[in-house]
Each structure stands twice: as structure tokens, then as C-alpha cells.
Design a protein around this ligand. Structure first.
Ligand SMILES: *[C@@H]1O[C@H](CO)[C@@H](O)[C@H](O)[C@H]1NC(C)=O
Length: 291
């Protein structure tokens, strides 16, 4: 009897979440992603995704479903040795002309020289919000965790639980924020030697091919996008929408300390400081505290 009512309770709970459109997807690569490019040499197997680039093609994968808010995380071990000219991308994106996008891109380098972590965010079709960083470790030696946390008040980029960047919701000041459309998760490895390494000066050395980036333990603890109804459902302040909890509304003091440590020691480009590029008029969010 007890077991039966427990089952009943779980079934009701499941129906409740289904009805609200809230599905916490906690699945591995094999269950939630599929290859879209370079299928002849890339591979997905359970928790592992291997992206391959050679002179015939790069490779790419994407999730089957889009999300709105939550945490998207994966462990990544980047292309080792001479990876100059290659770019490994790991990002969220919606489709259409007014698209939203939240990016991590890893720009390769010759052996022993540092990768650049390139971040950007597009809101309603508008990008041009790049920040770039060096890393405090060798990203090719081991797997490290790269997470995009995205909720109604902020987007936070984390590397091994250290926040490296925050983009706050300043919609009240007329600054667009990605909260009205679902985004799928994409990852890819391709040749970008026209710009990636030292601005395009260093070309891909194909004698080092194939280039391989490994991803592992993909997790989307996120709200499934079910169309416009999700705009409210995924943002509503209910316990199952764990990303709306007050602790995710802003960084803790300890996290602000970490963010400042990264900015002070590893940041190499900030669009907010690039006044020349914007003719002296940096975008409005640059005048708001970003954390
Ligand atoms: C590659 O190494 C050079 C020299 O250290 C550095 O200037 C550059 O920022 C590094 N990263 C990329 C992606 O170009």
C-alpha cells in the first residue's frame, strides 16, 4: 500500500512537471546530442564526445531539444600540442535573425603557447560583447569543467566553478536580455586559421592532423523549451526551477573575489574597454555593474 501510494505520488509529480513543461534533463551525450557534421570521423559514445578536424572536415554536434534557463555543463580536454588555427566552440544558440547566443570558444595555439578563451553573448541578434581570457592551467592536459549558467537575472560563465564572466539582466534600462527564446547546445571543432591564432598570423599545420578535442560528462540541468508558454513556466519562482532561487540572483562575495582575480590576472580583451571600436560610445551595459 505504502509503495503503491508512493508510486502514485511520483506519477502525479511527474505529470505536474510535464504539464508545466518543466523537464530537468540530466542526460549524457549519447542521450541528448547527435552529430551534425564530420560524422565520418567524430563520435559520440555514452558520456564521451570526440570532435575531429582534418583537411576533409571539422565536426559538430548539437542537442536534440532547446532549453530556457538552467545550467549547461561539460568537461572538455582541448586539442593538444600544435592546435594553432583551430577553434573548439561550445555554446548555446537560438535560431532566426533575432537570435540569442551564449559562447565559449577556445582558440588554439602552437605548442607551449596559451589558448585564448573567447566569450560572447548575442541578444536579439546583437553580438559584439566579447571578452577574452588566458587560462590558469593547461586546458589540453586534463578535462576541465566549462559551465554556462543562465537564469532570469544573470548569465554566468564558469570554468571549474570559478566565475569568469557575468552578464546581468538590465532589461529595465532597455538592454536586451536572452529570456524569450529557447536555445540548443552546440559544440564544434573547425579550421579558423584566417583569424584564430594571433589574429590569423599563425596558420593550421595540417601535418599535425587529425586534431581532436574530447568532451565528457555533458549535463543540461535546464528547463525544456516548449514554445512561448516556457517564457513564464521556466522563469516562475517554484522549487523545481532551482535556477530562480535567490542564491543564483547574484554572485556571492567569495565568487566576486574569484571573478576579480580572473579579470585582474587573465583577462586580455574586454569590449567595454574598447572605446575606439565603438567610437567612444561603449554599449550601455558597460556602465552597469556586471556583478
Ligand atoms: C598564442 O601565443 C601568442 C604568443 O604567446 C599570444 O600572443 C597569443 O595570444 C596566443 N593565443 C592565440 C589564440 O593567439
Amino acid at each position: 500500500m505504502a509503495a503503491a501510494s508512493e508510486k502514485m505520488f511520483l506519477a502525479l509529480l511527474f505529470i505536474f512537471f510535464m504539464a508545466r513543461g518543466i523537464i530537468i534533463v540530466d542526460a549524457n551525450f549519447g542521450k541528448s546530442m547527435y552529430l551534425t557534421w564530420g560524422t565520418q570521423h567524430a563520435s559520440i559514445q555514452g558520456e564521451d564526445l570526440q570532435l575531429v578536424l582534418d583537411q576533409t572536415s571539422g565536426s559538430a554536434a548539437q542537442t536534440k531539444i532547446p532549453f530556457l534557463f538552467g545550467s549547461i555543463e561539460s568537461k572538455i580536454k582541448l586539442v593538444p600540442n600544435n592546435s594553432a588555427g583551430t577553434v573548439t566552440a561550445y555554446y548555446l544558440s537560438s535560431t532566426g535573425s533575432q537570435h540569442d547566443e551564449i559562447d565559449f570558444e577556445f582558440l588554439g595555439n602552437i605548442s607551449g603557447q596559451p589558448y585564448i578563451v573567447h566569450t560572447n553573448i548575442y541578444t536579439q541578434g546583437n553580438g559584439s560583447k566579447e571578452q577574452q581570457f588566458y587560462l590558469w592551467f593547461d586546458p589540453t592536459a586534463d578535462f576541465h569543467n566549462y559551465t554556462i549558467h543562465w537564469n532570469p537575472t544573470q548569465v554566468v560563465w564558469y570554468i571549474d566553478s570559478i566565475p569568469i564572466r557575468v552578464f546581468m539582466n538590465n532589461e529595465e534600462e532597455g538592454i536586451a536580455y536572452p529570456n524569450k527564446q529557447g536555445m540548443k547546445v552546440y559544440t564544434s571543432l573547425w579550421n579558423a586559421d584566417d583569424w584564430a591564432t594571433r589574429g590569423g598570423l599563425v596558420k593550421t599545420n595540417w601535418t599535425n592532423a587529425p586534431f581532436i578535442a574530447r568532451l565528457n560528462r555533458f549535463r543540461a540541468r535546464a528547463c525544456k523549451w516548449n514554445g512561448p508558454i516556457s517564457i513564464n513556466n521556466c522563469a516562475s519562482n517554484v522549487p523545481s526551477n532551482w535556477w530562480t532561487s535567490p542564491i543564483y540572483k547574484q554572485l556571492s562575495y567569495a565568487q566576486m573575489g574569484q571573478l576579480n582575480w580572473v579579470r585582474n590576472n587573465y583577462m586580455i580583451y574586454d569590449y567595454c574597454k574598447d572605446t575606439k571600436r565603438f567610437n567612444g560610445q561603449v554599449p550601455p551595459e558597460c556602465f552597469k555593474t556586471q556583478f
